[in-house]
Structures are given as C-alpha cells and as structure tokens.
Design a protein around this ligand. Structure first.
Ligand code: PLP
Length: 384
C-alpha cells in the first residue's frame, strides 16, 4: 500500500514470462496479448535482447552523454536507416520523446501553437498532457499549456480549413491507440502533411505505440508513404528496457545544439544495447513480412469468428494492433478473458485491444481466438 493508486490494478501477479506465455504466482499460465501495452514486441525475455543486455552488464551500465557512446550511435543508425529521418535523440519514455518534439518544434519555428487531435494520447507530462485531446486526462490539473488546439481526428476538411498561422507543428497518431484503436485515413493523414508543407509547421508523428514493427512496417506512417519531420518512439523500442527516442530531419540539428535539450539517462549503454538488439531482430524485411501475415491471419480469424457475435460492433486495426469494439462496456470481457487464460487490455471503455508479441505463433493466435469466441459468445447467451 505504499504506491500511489494511479492505476486500477487487476488481481494478477505475473512472476515469469517467456515468449507469449506468462505465469502467475499460483502457477497459472496466460497468453499475453497485451505485451505490457505494445512494449514486449518480441515477447518476454527474447534471447537476442537478453544476451545483449547481459553482455553490456558485464562492461559498463551507465556513462554520461558527455562521453562517446558507440552503441547509442549504432542504435541511432538502425533507426534512421529505416526511416526518412536523419538524427535521433534518446530519452526514457514516450512522453519524453513527445516533450522533446514539442520543444524542438517551438524552438525551430519560433512559433508556439501546436495542433493535435481529439481523443489523441501523447503522454502525462505537462506539455504532453496538454497535447492530449482527452478531457479525462486534463481533469484537476488547472490551466493547461495554452498553445495546443485540438481538431477532430480523421476530419480532413477541418485540417484543410485551419488557417495554420503561428503554428509550430501538427502532431498526430497514425492509429489512435489509447483513443480506441482508430486508424487514420489516407485522405486525413495526407491533408495533415499538406497543411504542414503549406504553413511551414513541422509534421510530427507520434509512433510511441504504433512503431517498432507493430503494424508490419518499422513505423506505421510508412504504410501511407508520409514524410514526417519528426517521429517519436518508445514502448517497443527496448523490448521492455525503458527507453524512448525522437527522430528528426537533418535541418533540425541546427536547433537541437549542445545545451538546448538533454537527458541524464537517455540512451545510456544498457538502454542502447537493448534498442540495438531489438531493432536488429524486428527491422529485417522477413520479420516484418511475417508480422503482416500474422496480422492478416489474426484479423481474418477475428472477423470471421467474432464479427457475427451479437454485441461485437466493429473489428479494426493494422498488423498486430487490433481493436474489437463492443456495443457495451468491455471491462467485464477483459476479466473473463483473463479467467480463461488470455490477457487483453481496454482502449477506451468499449474496445478490447489486442497487442500480441510480433513473434506470436499461429497456434497461439488460434488459441486466443478460441478463448475470445468462448467469452464473447457466452456473454451473448447469458444476457436475456
Ligand atoms: C503510451 C503512449 C505515450 C506515452 O508513453 P509513456 O512512455 O507512457 O510516457 C505517448 N503516445 C502514445 C501514442 C502512446 O501510446
């Protein structure tokens, strides 16, 4: 009882995990289709990452960013090689990556206003909370940073009509994760990019949840051929080692010069070793091709087996980021799924979100779908 109750915790204590399977303190096993919320993208304790961290543990854990850190350079090169971006800034979380993006956009453009979208989620620090377009996240904290404005998501007209004056940046998620697994349309995302080009605002894409292979591309924006100025990453970046990164175009290096921004821990040798091993495993074409195929298979199984069930409103998502929208509150389903050995997480009150490890097996997918079928069907027959 010594931890602030900022989370409603389920009565589950996970003691160990390997791959997709976790074991609780009573020896019960579960298929983990949460992955620590899109963090353990290679499952629990992936051997390549475990080995890289162990090797680094035996050399040096932390050195200041005042010194050369070759493994951080290598991690940055792996990230930039797979994107249209040139530089990485390392930090420790998604909020910090977005915080860096907000600071960089304001300093680089000399403007203050930042456009974000309703139902977005960008983090819990003061700036990223203000960037988040959800009242429930703001509640009780008084005056927010005044320079954020929220436009409706997937409304390309609202973006086109926005005058864009004084705008430092537009920040958007390609798929709103916390907002309910809502995919951006091509029309909308292209309208955002166009508005940025017309006004000189920086185009920031928050890939904290959608990045690192989750949707079958290194980053989800790559499905749409977009050309962002800044991309933020965290969650899956270190396979569970806490680390975040902001990636940006070369010209932004004129602004983020020595002394302009920093982080004590950001990209330290342990974190960078985890990032390097994670990216070396996930970014190769064949691995991502497998993610696409597993994602299609899971979606197709869910659509054919679950969509016909009463109460299932819509199945959405890309790759291995999937939302099942119910026509009622979904929390009871999350409890019942856990009771039958499947961990899933909410995305908003009515959406069951599935985020399995990217190397989940076909057999594990089949078992998960069969548990979902049982639980959702049971619910239908038990309601009068
Ligand atoms: C989780 C998340 C964040 C915040 O990341 P933290 O590491 O919790 O600070 C920001 N943006 C998106 C899209 C996220 O899903």
């Amino acid at each position: 009882m010594s931890v602030f109750p900022t989370y409603n915790r389920f009565p589950l204590t996970i003691e160990s995990g390997k791959g997709t399977v976790v074991t609780d303190d009573e020896g019960n096993q579960y298929l983990d289709f949460v992955s620590g919320i899109a963090v353990c993208n290679l499952g629990h304790r992936p051997p390549a990452v475990e080995q890289a961290i162990q090797e680094q543990l035996g050399k040096v854990w932390h050195v200041s960013n005042l010194y050369q850190i070759p493994v951080q350079q290598e991690a940055a090169e792996l990230l930039t090689a797979e994107t249209n971006l040139d530089y990485a800034f390392f930090c420790n979380s998604g909020a910090e990556a977005n915080e860096a993006a907000i600071k960089l956009a304001r300093k680089h453009t000399g403007k203050e206003k930042i456009i974000t979208f309703k139902q977005s989620f960008h983090g819990r620090t003061f700036a990223t909370m203000s960037a988040t377009g959800q009242d429930k996240v703001h509640q009780g904290f008084g005056t927010l940073l005044p320079t954020f404005e929220y436009l409706p998501y997937n409304d390309s007209e609202a973006v086109t009509e926005w005058d864009g004056e004084d705008t430092a940046a537009i920040m958007v998620e390609v798929i709103q994760g916390e907002g309910g697994v809502v995919e951006g349309t091509e029309l909308f995302l292209q309208a955002v990019q166009k508005k940025c080009r017309e006004t000189g605002a920086l185009f920031i894409i928050d890939e904290v949840q959608t990045g690192i292979g989750r949707t079958g591309e290194p980053f989800a924006y790559q499905h749409f051929g977009l050309d962002p100025d800044i991309v933020t990453s965290a969650k899956g970046l270190g396979s569970g080692f806490p680390v975040g990164a902001m990636l940006g175009k070369a010209e932004l290096a004129e602004t983020f010069t020595a002394g302009s921004h920093g982080s004590t821990f950001g990209g330290n040798p342990l974190a960078s070793a985890a990032v390097k091993a994670t990216l070396q495993t996930i970014f190769p074409k064949q691995f991502l091709q497998d993610v696409k195929e597993k994602g299609s298979y899971l979606q197709q199984q869910i659509k054919s087996k679950l969509s016909p069930i009463d109460g299932v409103k819509e199945v959405r998502g890309k790759g291995l980021m999937i939302g099942i929208e119910m026509d009622t509150q979904a929390i009871e389903f999350i409890h019942k799924l856990r009771g039958k050995g499947l961990l899933a997480v909410l995305a908003g009150p009515q959406v069951i979100r599935l985020l399995p490890p990217l190397n989940v097996s076909g057999e594990e997918i089949d078992r998960a779908v069969s548990i979902l079928e049982d639980v959702l069907q049971l619910e239908k027959s038990s309601t009068p």
